[in-house]
Design a protein around this ligand. Structure first.
Ligand code: NDP
Length: 399
């Protein structure tokens, strides 16, 4: 019996709240707080059981601390934006509450995708006896746990990791992003980095392309190598990795729009002067694009996200692929959301459940692959993200 406070009432916040509400034996009390309380109320109205809602500015530590002291939750699930990670962690320390998020802290003015700011909280959380779980979404999140599970059960030593994120869904818009447009576009336009022989190697954004055929007839897609934040923690926590890469599928229309928007400066994160006012181009673009939380009813098709790992077992090389396939419309029927928010929100709920049940509770700041993957993997099967694992005879994306 635990009380959880969820911060952020966007696409992911909606799914986490639905999933926590489905498990009253774990999440006996739920508070959903966000900048715009009407959005919290709209999510609350979709549920079968009552929850509390609140308005909070998550950039403001004092306001957050006051809310935490008033509500006294056992855990905060942060599904606001990466810009708020540190203020929410500060408030958790001030009020003595455990913390979980799904994306690393990002400064507003530079796209970094680094854990250094949050890892710097290690001693503070340890001394306070509090647990902070970082990156409990799908990628980062489930993909880190998949890697840990494969390393634990299938190999003596892992050498190569390819995380492949395919979204075979179609929302019918010429251009829309499946999660927060600002974060999505920052991620996709950032310089690519992958791990090669003990260091990160930089290449231009989207400069390496491959084709990948998903299992179970999901289809064949163009995938592009890009940097993704879990590469930083996974290469640190699995030092035997010689190569680690992240790939994501993109459609032609998405890429064409992104190129044009980039060329005209609409994806910029530096403020510009417009009629005496400061405007950040990417924030203005966000205001024009469809809200990701409204894509649910119109998105059809499936996601297929997983990890291919090469390594050694009993002196022999082998290749293992562990993946989840999720149907957008099935997600919509269950929680009124498309699969991108669903595949993020369910691992956030499961990570929270792990902490509240005491299975993943250890003072300090941890990336998700640092805990035992087994109970999380069991719950993925139970709560809507069943996975499959197969051995491959060969695997090569250097085409
Ligand atoms: P949305 O933009 O849909 O939702 C963000 C929510 O946070 C909105 O409700 C917004 O409020 C609220 N918010 C923003 N700023 C503040 C603030 N200062 N105070 C209080 N509330 C605030 O984003 P998503 O739901 O798509 O994504 C949520 C998080 O999940 C992001 O951090 C994203 O990076 C992460 N993510 C992680 C993935 C993974 O697999 N690990 C995949 C997808 C997303 P308002 O409605 O007023 O704007």
């Amino acid at each position: 019996m635990s009380k959880v406070l969820i911060i952020g009432a966007g696409g992911v916040g909606g799914v986490v709240t639905h999933k926590c509400a489905q498990l009253p034996e774990v999440f006996s009390e739920i508070v959903l707080a966000s900048r715009t309380e009407e959005k919290c109320k709209a999510i609350a109205a979709q549920l079968d059981r009552p929850i509390k809602t609140a308005k909070v500015d998550a950039d403001n530590v004092a306001e957050l601390t006051a809310l935490l002291e008033q509500e006294k939750p056992d855990l905060v699930i942060n599904v606001a934006l990466p810009y708020q990670d540190l203020t929410i962690m500060d408030a958790c320390l001030a009020a003595g509450v455990d913390y979980l998020d799904t994306a690393n802290y990002e400064p507003l003015d530079t796209a970094k995708f680094e854990y250094k700011w949050q890892w710097a909280y290690q001693d503070k959380f340890k001394e306070a006896g509090l647990t902070a779980l970082l990156g409990s979404g799908f990628d980062p999140g489930a993909t880190n746990v998949f890697t840990a599970y494969i390393a634990k059960h299938y190999f003596d030593e892992i050498h190569e990791l390819d995380i492949i994120d395919v979204n075979g869904g179609d929302h019918g818009y010429p251009f829309a992003t499946n999660f927060n447009p600002e974060i999505n576009i920052r991620e996709v336009t950032a310089e690519c980095r992958h791990w090669e022989n003990g260091e990160f190697v930089e290449t231009p954004a989207m400069s390496k392309k491959a084709t990948f055929t998903c299992p179970e007839e999901v289809g064949t897609y163009n995938i592009y190598r890009m940097y993704h934040e879990e590469l930083e923690s996974l290469t640190k926590n699995f030092p035997t990795l010689k190569r680690a890469q992240f790939w994501m599928s993109f459609g032609e229309s998405y890429l064409k729009h992104l190129e044009v928007l980039g060329n005209v400066g609409m994806t910029g994160i530096e403020p510009i002067d417009y009629n005496g006012q400061k405007i950040v181009p990417i924030q203005f673009l966000k205001a024009l694009l469809p809200d990701p939380s409204t894509l649910g009813p119109r998105t059809k098709g499936k996601t297929c996200i997983g990890c291919v790992v090469k390594g050694i077992k009993d002196g022999k090389e082998k290749i293992v692929y562990l993946y989840n396939i999720k149907d957008h419309q099935d997600c919509y029927k269950e929680v009124q959301s498309q699969a991108i928010s669903y595949t993020t929100g369910v691992p956030a709920m499961i990570g929270a459940k792990m902490m509240l049940e005491g299975k993943w509770k250890q003072p300090g700041v941890w990336n998700i692959e640092q805990f035992d993957p087994d109970p999380f993997m069991e719950d993925m099967n139970k709560y809507g993200l069943p996975w499959n694992v197969i051995e491959l005879d060969n695997f090569n994306l250097d085409n």
